[in-house]
Design a binder for this molecule. Sequence first.
Ligand code: OXD
Length: 305
Amino acid sequence: MRVLIYHDDVGSWRQALTRRLPQMEFVVSDDGDNAPVDYLLAWKPPAGLLRRHTQLKGIINLGAGVDALLNNPALPRDVPIVKLRDAGMGPYMVDYVRFGVLYFQRNFDRYLAQEANADWRSHPITDKANWPVTVLGLGAIGCHVARALAADGFPVHGWSRRPKTVDGVHCHHGADALSTALAQTRTLVTLLPDTPATRGIVNAELLAQLPAGASLINPGRGPLVDVDALLAALDTGQLRGAMLDVFATEPLPADSALWTLPRVRITPHVSAPTPIAAAADQVAAAITALDAGKPVATVDVNAGY
Ligand code: OXD
């Protein structure tokens, strides 16, 4: 069986997978060989590569978000797609979000601004118990984050499209319940997939439902946030600050207004890289199951995740 890998770090993936599945032949896209392959393991493959391989039995997305793959015009519609589910990304995401929540809850944003004026004022600490955090999106990574923050002592609300139960988390679902969660949020964390239903979900209407002075952390997907609405909410103080890791256009263009705002922290899509060792175990299990015709959780192409 031949498996084609397409990834920036193709060498590490090939090594990790060959060690796990020595009976399979792993080829990389620059081998210059267009012989048919059975499976494609890829992160953001170009359309040309998908067009060349017409006999795929399965595609494994080497990341959690499938938006780029599903938006690829050459994606075959009848091939099962498996995506990474947490696969070691959850703990990285917890670190990123926990840092962001503490950044606002412990007033680091204010102290950072004060440094410029040698301003030694202190601010009272709001207890974690009085700092509700809402996580939009309870997929594998959203659940991991929600559980960890709840264990830290924050009241955590989780919101998803369909009903979910997560230990220690107040779970809400459906459009009507979103307002209930938002109304009591000090920090909003967006970990939804980028789908037609979620694009621009963080808009003026949503931001207006947060208590004044709330904060936003978006390590999910850039298109979830309507940037004009975000800028307006920062301007009026409705939002105290934002920590953003992902953007509709990446790299974030140098002329984006977001770079100029002291109350916005920007990181270059680094919140939760895929740890190859943990992910390779999941990928190896998925190809083995697919090839044996065993049930594997696949992406719902219509739902977009
Ligand atoms: C992912 C990502 O989806 O890194 O895995 O953005």
